[in-house]
Ligand binder design. Sequence first.
Ligand code: GDP
Ligand code: MG
Length: 442
Amino acid sequence: LTEKLSRLVKQVRGQARITESNVQDMLREVRMALLEADVALPVVRDFIARVKDKALGQEVVGSLTPGQALVGIIHRELAATMGEGVADLNLAVQPPAVILMAGLQGAGKTTTTAKLAKWLIERRKKKVLTVSGDVYRPAAIEQLRTVTKQAGAEWFPSTPDQKPLDIARAALDYARKHYVDVLIVDTAGRLAIDEAMMQEIRALHAELKPVETLFVVDAMQGQDAVNTARAFKEALPLTGIVLTKLDGDSRGGAALSVRAVAGAPIKFAGVSEKIDGLELFDAERHAGRILGMGDIVALVEQVTAGVDLQQAQKLAAKVKSGGFDLEDFLEQIRQMKKMGGLSSLLDKLPTQIAAKAGEADLDRAEKDIRRKEGIICAMTPEERRRPEIIKASRKRRIAAGAGVQVQEVNRLLKEFEQMQAMMKKMKGGGLMKMMKRLGGLK
Ligand code: GDP
Ligand code: MG
């Protein structure tokens, strides 16, 4: 799906005008791509009809080229197909609200259980209890215990010799007695769809009467995700989808078909293996990702959220007066980190650009930034303001404090000097221009 679509977007981009015939060409490609991704025919038909309708009726206004306008329409409709806006969790029941996690082994259920617990504690101020019904792999219960602890939630013990139904009953009983707001029930998944697994989770569902039944699916699974989604949808009344591993290579085309097949909104996206790597799913952004336009919206938001404008103006004024010091240098490094680091920024750029940057280089660059921060942090405020006083013995002290070689301190000072000289030349105006350009990426 993704390759085709992005090729197609490139085609449109190269064209100055949209004619009836190349709209047809494009739509045929889109249609084929969607069908290939196993999206149900009525959904595809509906999608194509909507895009066509809008494209042909559209007056191209402003500075948009017709190609951009068409890409925009496809983008919006793709987003609409995956769900409007952001779908939140439904917790509007008499507590404890039960969330049942369903999905194949390795999909990310256990990880997501803990991520969700953390999310509910932090964002919704809930008291959360987790329990594992995965009695088939002894390590699975222990895994949930570990990640639940990381999440700062409560964990209800279970053992491999218990029956999942008994575990569920006991946990629910405990949750009621201890005023738990949300009980998240992790379940066993198999490597492939199997009837015993489906029966077990159906029984759990009947017993627990969860307000949310979340189907957890690995975005990297691609086509297979569709069949899995269908099987789970047939077995259970799904209320939401969690698409995990969106930090991987996949462009997440699975989202479109899974959403259509499962008939439930995608509520969350897993974006790293870490405990805080969970986000509310945003269909608009995701459509951009599928189209290979990169997550430009996210990028712009990140840049504007991360860079404090006042800070930038202050910096510009300093540069103008020639007072740019290591303190400011450190501030810049921190701004960069606030924006999520280089790789997270690059993730959101169009793939073509990001690919050029190269993974290895990026990794090195991020480590380098962290080391630099460490070195500056090892300096006294006086040294940061007047780097010229940093002579041999101070250098040795700083290097020891930051846990680096003296040469690295030298290198940083050298780099800083060069940057200072460059910034003097820029006289502040260039900096603001640069930031404006970033903000105007949209
Ligand atoms: P389960 O069998 O469904 O319970 O799956 P797990 O929660 O044990 O996850 C399987 C593997 O996927 C683990 O190594 C997780 O760290 C990893 N994982 C889960 N979610 C994500 C995610 O959003 N991003 C990344 N990179 N890895 C994930
Ligand atoms: Mg598990």
